[in-house]
Design a binder for this molecule. Structure first.
Ligand code: CA
Ligand code: CA
Ligand code: CA
Length: 176
């Protein structure tokens, strides 16, 4: 944790930091009555100890969250994380077996290779190459949507409801 105080700034600002610093100074001069008295840049972590000493650190832990905002008067400060650019969806559809936010031909290939037929059980420990990364939960493969230990037309019907193609983002509630 790095505590930053406008009255106890010890870091020499450069580049973008200098711009932010200058903006804060100009803004505070222009408005007069506002001040950021302290803030932290946290980085997650844990406690390290040796002998009689202990050091605790954090990384990327917001001080204010949407659940517990810092408020004063009519103002509120909330914090949180931005979603990574590589993941365009907030959550995955159950038929998005390869977790690329689309239910498309790749997922269909996986389902096809897993198909057993009605009342023909599959071996949850044997997953074909097109389904690499598919992990059974309590002996049920994610492609077995109705959890009856086969992969048949019933499961394919649910897959059809989830099918989005490779452009549209798949609906996470499609199997509900
Ligand atoms: Ca997919
Ligand atoms: Ca069945
Ligand atoms: Ca099934």
């Amino acid at each position: 944790m790095i505590a930053v105080s406008t009255s106890r700034w010890r870091h020499k600002p450069t580049g973008p930091s200098l711009w932010v610093w200058a903006s804060l100074v100009l803004a505070s001069q222009a408005m007069g009555q506002y001040a950021v008295k302290w803030s932290t840049i946290d980085g997650g972590g844990t406690t390290s100890s040796a002998g009689g000493y202990a050091l605790s650190g954090t990384i990327a832990q917001p001080d204010a969250s949407p659940v517990s905002a810092m408020t004063s008067g009519s103002y509120a400060l909330t914090g949180g994380f931005w979603m990574p650019l590589s993941s365009p969806c907030l959550s995955y559809a159950p038929a998005d077996f390869n977790r690329d936010c689309h239910v498309d031909a790749s997922d269909l290939e996986c389902l096809t290779q897993l198909a057993t037929g009605p009342s023909v059980p599959y071996n949850p420990q044997v997953v074909p190459g097109a389904c690499s990364g598919l992990v059974p939960v309590d002996g049920i493969l994610p492609a077995d949507f109705d959890a009856d230990k086969d992969i048949d037309q019933e499961d394919f019907g649910i897959f059809q409801r989830c099918f989005s193609g490779s452009i549209q983002i798949a609906d996470p509630t499609c199997a509900d």
